[in-house]
Design a binder for this molecule. Structure first.
Ligand code: DGL
Length: 256
């Protein structure tokens, strides 16, 4: 079974890609909505919450773990791997490399949480892959909020997305990295506002492919279970809103 976690609904963007690549995989997803957002918390706090979420998934039989949250990956990927050496653990990394390779202006924009930008992972990705580019960073906690409210389009969403895009596009960025899993669900709006000259890069498909590679033989029954802290019925509705269409079960309660 593959266990996947995030602070909220964002990691479902990765889960959907995993499901598309491996329909027979058994999946358990947990969203810690009661303690979200993670992106404005300290890295230490996010690390300890990530360990609780990982332990919960492993206790329920996860043999592969996906940290479907850039913030949790920034805070906890190394310590999770040290803590649980026998389990393959896949995490998110801002896609600075493909952005730098495809940019023609030499300016790339990265959208992520404040905590992700503070982590060593971001610093090292930029120093390895972003050396020849100008990397413009933009934290957008409002985008996380929109997605957690199930708002993906409409004039309010356009206004909020445009406000964070403007300073990045104004500096000449022509490749934008979605460095937070929540932002996948805003991609159509981001693309509409950024325009056809700007490329938007979402690492979710690559992370799903990596998950399938490390998971080895997949011999499940295509069972999907969702869990959340906080109001489970709100999360159930959000899951349907983001296109977990064939899912009709109950959301299990999660508490740390
Ligand atoms: N989905 C998470 C990420 O990828 C963070 C959202 C939050 O701030 O909780 O960074």
């Amino acid at each position: 079974m593959i266990g996947v976690f995030d602070s909220g609904v964002g990691g479902l963007s990765v889960l959907k890609e995993i499901k598309a690549l491996a329909p027979s995989a058994d999946l358990l997803y947990v969203a810690d909505r009661a303690r979200a957002p993670f992106g404005t918390r300290s890295l230490d706090k996010v690390r300890s919450m990530s360990h609780e979420l990982a332990a919960w998934l492993i206790d329920r039989g996860a043999e592969t773990l996906v940290v479907a949250c850039n913030t949790a990956s920034a805070a906890a990927l190394d310590s999770l791997r040290e803590w649980s050496p026998g389990i393959p653990i896949v995490g998110m990394e801002p896609a600075v490399k493909p952005a730098a390779v495809s940019s023609e202006t030499g300016v790339i924009g990265v959208f992520a949480t404040e905590a992700t930008f503070q982590g060593r992972l971001f610093e090292s990705v930029v120093s390895i892959h972003g050396r020849n580019a100008k990397v413009v960073t933009q934290a957008c906690p409002e985008w996380v909020e929109l997605v957690e409210q199930g708002k993906f389009s409409g004039s309010d969403v356009d206004t909020t997305v445009a406000a964070a895009l403007a300073p990045v596009i104004d500096q000449g960025a022509d490749a934008l990295v979605l460095g937070c899993t929540h932002f996948s669900f805003l991609r159509p709006t981001i693309e509409k506002i950024a325009g056809p000259e700007v490329m938007v890069i979402d690492p979710a498909p690559a992370v799903a492919a990596q998950t399938i590679r490390v998971a080895g033989a997949i011999e499940g029954e295509g069972r999907l279970r969702l869990a959340a802290s906080g109001d489970t019925s709100v999360f159930a509705q959000l899951a349907r809103d983001v296109g977990i269409a064939d899912w009709s079960g109950e959301v299990l309660p999660f508490s740390a």
